[in-house]
Design a protein around this ligand. Structure first.
Ligand code: DC
Length: 236
């Protein structure tokens, strides 16, 4: 990704679907299923921040020192396989450790730093530029691909998201604790940071998923995407 880190502009060559939203809303489950339904690649940018946070912590990098992080970013080698979903940094595979609350917390903290965002954003643009991709995160429709073909913003009531996060942790064999408080603190940090804060793009479709099942959300999102992509194709 060294060369990609120089660029800030997106040059997409095929359809890009941006799915953003707060923690616990079900972005990963929905995005993965939507990508499967469309035959598109799936890219989980939160997983990249999580792996980065774990790797930087293991290397004793000071998260509060942006210059220190800048140096660290310059030297690391990030590898994200969209075929397997596995993420390695400097040859260490972090995939099996990114599901914990600790990884989420480290990700949210490190994601406030502009140098880290610049580094991972460039990787994400490079990974998505070929198109036929569903990319999920916090800033995909606003910063990474502001010209995405379809932008979806998934939302849900806090209690619903806390419940979904609890289920997800349990599914990963992790004992949930203080889920609601941790989620609230993380959402606050993600939405109030200066660099690329979590917010809905003006042209995103807002979906409140509070009372919808996963199947219903997937169906709705696929329908919106098909409608928009087909409209875009008419007359070409
Ligand atoms: O989606 P997630 O819970 O795996 O994301 C973990 C953290 O990473 C989240 O709290 C904020 C950060 N993040 C970000 O700042 N920008 C993204 N595009 C994706 C995640």
């Amino acid at each position: 990704f060294q060369s990609a880190r120089r660029g800030n502009d997106s040059v997409k060559k095929g359809p890009v679907i941006a799915i953003d939203g707060p923690g616990g809303v079900g972005k990963s489950s929905v995005s993965k299923r939507v990508a499967e339904a469309l035959g598109f690649k799936y890219i989980n940018t939160g997983a990249m921040y999580r792996a980065f946070g774990l790797a930087a912590k293991a290397s004793y990098v000071d998260f509060k020192d942006d210059l220190n992080l800048q140096d660290y970013c310059r030297d690391i080698d990030i590898n994200y396989s969209t075929d397997t979903g596995r993420i390695t940094i400097d040859g260490v595979d972090y995939t099996d450790n990114i599901g914990s609350d600790r990884a989420g917390e480290l990700a949210s903290k490190v994601a406030t730093q502009p140098s880290v965002r610049a580094c991972l954003s460039a990787c994400q643009r490079m990974m998505g530029e070929e198109g036929h991709v569903v990319m999920e995160g916090r800033d995909i429709g606003t910063v990474i691909f502001p010209d995405a073909d379809v932008k979806i913003y998934l939302d849900a009531a806090h209690e619903v998201r806390a419940e979904r996060r609890k289920d997800e942790l349990e599914k990963n064999g992790i004992e949930p604790s203080r889920v609601s408080d941790i989620l609230e603190a993380r959402d606050k940090r993600d939405a109030s940071r200066q660099a690329a804060p979590l917010k809905q793009a003006d042209d995103a479709v807002h979906i409140d998923t509070s009372s919808l099942t996963l199947d219903e959300v997937v169906k709705k999102v696929v329908q919106i995407i098909n409608e928009r992509l087909n409209v875009g194709n008419t007359g070409r």
